[in-house]
Ligand binder design. Sequence first.
Ligand SMILES: NC(=O)c1ccc[n+]([C@@H]2O[C@H](COP(=O)([O-])OP(=O)(O)OC[C@H]3O[C@@H](n4cnc5c(N)ncnc54)[C@H](O)[C@@H]3O)[C@@H](O)[C@H]2O)c1
Length: 427
Amino acid sequence: MTATRARTATTAPTANAPRTADAPGPAERGPAPAPAGEVSRGGPRPLRAGLIGLGAMGRNHARILASLDGVEFVGAVDPAGDPHGSLHARTGVPVLRDVADLLALGVDYAVVACPTALHEEIGLRLAAHDVCALIEKPLAHSARAARRLVAAFEERGLVAGVGHVERFNPALQQLRSRLEAGELGEVFQVVTRRQGPFPHRIADVGVVKDLATHDIDLTSWITGQAYASLSARTVSKSGRPHEDMVAVVGTLTDGTMVSHLVNWLSPLKERFTAVTGERGCFVADTLTADLTFHANGAQATEWEALRAFRGVAEGDTVRYAFPKREPLLVEHERFRDAVRAGGAPDGDGGIVTAREGLRTVEVSAAVLDAARTTAGARPAPDPAAPVTVPATVLPTGSAPAPAHRAGADTGPAAATATGTGVAEATA
Ligand SMILES: NC(=O)c1ccc[n+]([C@@H]2O[C@H](COP(=O)([O-])OP(=O)(O)OC[C@H]3O[C@@H](n4cnc5c(N)ncnc54)[C@H](O)[C@@H]3O)[C@@H](O)[C@H]2O)c1
């Protein structure tokens, strides 16, 4: 079990809980539900859950909360009302205007699906009221904000999870199990591509925090490795203040190479993860939840032309059959169970903890820093192009050396031709 222990029983803070400016006053506390694990004659009482944000993602959460076993969906909050319509008409669940209205109803946990820029403020408010939270990804808009959230929930022993829903995609769950079982041998590289059209509603963060956090989280999770180093390039073509396209290249702590291509600028929608290793390549498509294995071939071919064209290593291709449950439903079931148990089991049965969500936000901040600061290496000039040797590097009294040799390769002479000095060229 993780260190977190949920105090799900009450909406009032305990005596030793730190009081914050946002700590509840008596009017905001609302009724205290009976302890979540308390068994009545009919079994444990259902957990009381609320939803904050009823937008594109929130309505999916609403659909699941409305029918989740062991959970009573007590209310949803959105200052814009019910933008996609009829939650109350379909389910009888009240649509409230403010988080205080939800807290007044008494909840064990809340799902936070409002814009990312508000996750910190709303999450801190829930923690101050001893309410556990499943916060949509990314955990927060900045690493500082994410750290404050982790501290608030951990100090109070509350369960806090992050909605990195890709972890519950059956294709990635299969992939992770197969990597753990050593089916690929040594892992060389993880490549992800996440492309699609522009989501007009997302305005508060760029594509790195909004989408690439999925790739960062899943890459760490399937490999069990942290990011060791990275570089990145971003562009912004949509006229918004934030980037809408990113390319990341990095390494994990065990040396595995990673790359992520993520954007909001493509009419092609793809959610692609390929892991290449000693024995072949796994490809997971999280749109269709398919996992395919392309094995290295054991058969040598005598057909020379084919060998040159396809390589000698192409073997069998297998697309696996496995049960496909809806990832968002599994995410909710895991979170409900963690709240009920007062903590999340480690490993596959668990949730994405707020601390893991923080790490992902930190990596996404490093991606943006790298994109701002990395100068990058310049490619060596075309060896056939004329080269001007900078006068400042010439040894006194010597004539310019013939820095260019026709047909020179990119060995030491070519490196010298980029201006590293005649002394090297003539050495
Ligand atoms: N896990 C995923 O795959 C996934 C997919 C999409 C979005 N998200 C995340 O979900 C969050 C919401 O994204 P979305 O696409 O639903 O955005 P959205 O703009 O469609 O919806 C946001 C909703 O929040 C409401 N809102 C604004 N202020 C609020 C407040 N103070 N209290 C309560 N509600 C408030 C808005 O009125 C709106 O209805 C974002 O953090 C986003 O990153 C996650």
